[in-house]
Ligand binder design. Structure first.
Ligand SMILES: [Zn+2]
Length: 278
């Protein structure tokens, strides 16, 4: 079964690759599936080791020590790296690095951290229109505390400067999937347009009782979205002892990364107003 899904993903991955390889001329660096999976494998199973592992991963992706800030709120530690663009319009790109006690937290959410760090490296040689704030959030699994703390800190008058928030949570089980109840409607619509352009299958649904870090920003009127790559079998893996590297489909991580990269590229060339339309 997995091999069938994997083959399908591989096929669309090739289509996607030929499309995205155009980025090469613009200086965007595209990570290979091998590079992505090497980073996925490096994710520690122990929660206490994950903060250091996040910093190490960003250094491997080219960040200097001075670029990597840890923003603390009491017992919360978010890792923040800013990539300045031509304008002050801000796009927050986030993923949580904490995990539940069962399993290794590989799908949920070391895959999101790996995509986050690879997106940072992909953009290293370009000067984007907008300013990108890459954040690895702490304590999502106990009530999105890391993202709540960051969103709360943004002064009300500064909120219009936040163009959008793109959250990456749980990849490696299927095609891109949008968690509707944690996402703003115009951001979901935009995701479907980007997926259509890439000829990538995408689905979206609200999942009762599920949330993620985008909801913290959506709650402050900042347009936000949670992107995953899951299949209908996600309840068998997430938050269980089976959330390990053996259950990660490499092509799903790769397609999640390519889709997210294209989504950011499209956001960069779009007016922010369009994400706020009701
Ligand atoms: Zn998660």
């Amino acid at each position: 079964m997995i091999s069938t899904i994997s083959q399908l993903l591989l096929l669309s991955s090739i289509i996607v690759f030929s499309f995205v390889s155009n980025f090469a001329q613009s200086g965007v660096r595209i990570s290979t599936v091998e590079e992505l999976m090497a980073s996925v494998k490096s994710g520690p199973c122990n929660n206490k080791e994950r903060l250091e592992a996040v910093k190490k991963l960003f250094k491997e992706m080219g960040a200097a020590d001075a670029d990597i800030a840890v923003e603390s709120f009491k017992d919360i530690q978010n890792v923040v790296i800013t990539k300045k663009g031509k304008s002050d319009d801000k796009v927050v790109v986030g993923a949580h690095y904490d995990k539940v006690s069962d399993g290794c937290g590989t799908v949920d959410n070391w895959t999101g951290i790996v995509i986050l760090a690879n997106l940072y490296r992909s953009m290293a040689a370009v000067t984007p229109e907008k300013t990108y704030i890459f954040v690895a959030f702490d304590q999502e699994e106990i009530g999105s505390r890391g993202s709540e703390a960051m969103a709360k800190k943004i002064a009300k008058e500064d909120r219009p400067k936040y163009c959008s928030m793109v959250n990456l949570d749980s990849f490696g089980m299927g095609y891109p999937f949008i968690l509707e109840n944690a996402s703003s409607t115009p951001m979901v619509k935009f995701a479907k347009e980007v997926a259509d352009g890439l000829k990538v299958k995408i689905s979206s649904a609200p999942i009762e009782g599920a949330s993620s870090d985008s909801a913290s920003f959506k709650g402050k009127d900042i347009p936000a979205i949670t992107i995953s790559a899951l299949s209908a079998k996600w309840p068998e893996i997430l938050h269980t002892s089976k959330d390990k590297i053996e259950n990660v489909i490499a092509d799903s991580v790769r397609i999640g990364y390519i889709f997210s990269l294209q989504y950011l590229v499209k956001i960069d060339s779009s007016p922010c107003d369009q994400f706020r339309k009701k």
